[in-house]
Write a protein that binds this ligand. Structure first.
Ligand code: UTP
Length: 225
């Protein structure tokens, strides 16, 4: 059976001026070395999406339209990421069918958002489900899941392991607070749960952890299973 991994690359990991090419080159080196046949990646919207959405919302633009602007921003980021990664498809697919078909000819396929109302984490979970991958790496702005927001609680502690249900409960609790930056939304976690996809939440600035995840199923962030 073909071995695969899906990586949700948070917008904050990609964003630089306008993209963090150095970090993406590091991803390229690591992905070249890991022992997997197929790599699915989903690029987040980051600062490009946030800037567009913030300014257009002031003009009373509908949330549906704003989501589409967000989706196009994630696709610009996906093009940037796939240009830098070796062995990546030069085409950014706009559907899962297209993504699966591109993986027949390319080791790495990078996509962005797909449908209004979703997040790129949810797209990553569906991408993993569609190709039968049991590993989903959420490379994000925090180095794992905390019991409370570490930015406002100095005593916050990182959680090494969570069940899907514990993670869903925590995501819901954190997500209810205004301005919160939830580690992963409930839709993504629900998809991971129904297909037994193990989720690794890691600091996106430490891509070397991906090697440990693939080889040993370990990371210094949080494992959700
Ligand atoms: P992200 O999922 O990247 O949101 O999509 P985010 O909260 O900015 O996450 P990070 O910081 O990149 O990790 C950016 C925006 O694109 C739209 C949403 O509006 C989202 O806020 N989007 C994305 C969709 O509507 N559907 C998708 O499938 C993906």
């Amino acid at each position: 059976m073909k071995k695969s991994v899906v990586i949700s690359l948070g917008g904050s990991v990609i964003s630089g001026d306008p993209v963090n090419t150095e970090l993406l080159e590091e991803y390229s080196r690591i992905l070249e070395q890991i022992d997997v046949d197929s790599i699915g990646m989903v690029a987040g919207g980051g600062s490009i999406a946030r800037s567009y959405i913030r300014i257009l919302r002031e003009y009373g633009v509908s949330e549906f339209y704003l989501d589409n602007v967000g989706i196009l921003s994630t696709r610009i980021n996906a093009y940037a990421v796939s240009s830098i990664l070796k062995d990546s498809s030069p085409i950014v697919p706009t559907s899962f069918e297209e993504a699966i078909s591109l993986l027949n000819d390319h080791r790495i396929v990078v996509m962005g958002g797909v449908l209004p109302g979703f997040t790129t984490d949810a797209v990553s979970a569906l991408f993993a489900e569609s190709i039968g991958s049991k590993i989903l790496v959420n490379a994000t702005a925090v180095d794992g899941v905390y019991d409370v927001d570490p930015n406002t609680h100095p005593n916050a502690s990182k959680i090494a392991r969570l069940t899907y249900d514990e993670a869903i409960k925590l995501s819901f609790r954190v997500g209810q607070k205004a301005g919160s930056n939830v580690f992963m939304d409930g839709v993504s976690l629900g998809i991971a749960k129904r297909s037994h996809i193990r989720v690794f939440v890691i600091d996106g600035r430490s891509p070397e952890q991906i090697r440990n995840i693939v080889e040993r199923g370990e990371c210094s962030g949080t494992i959700i299973e």
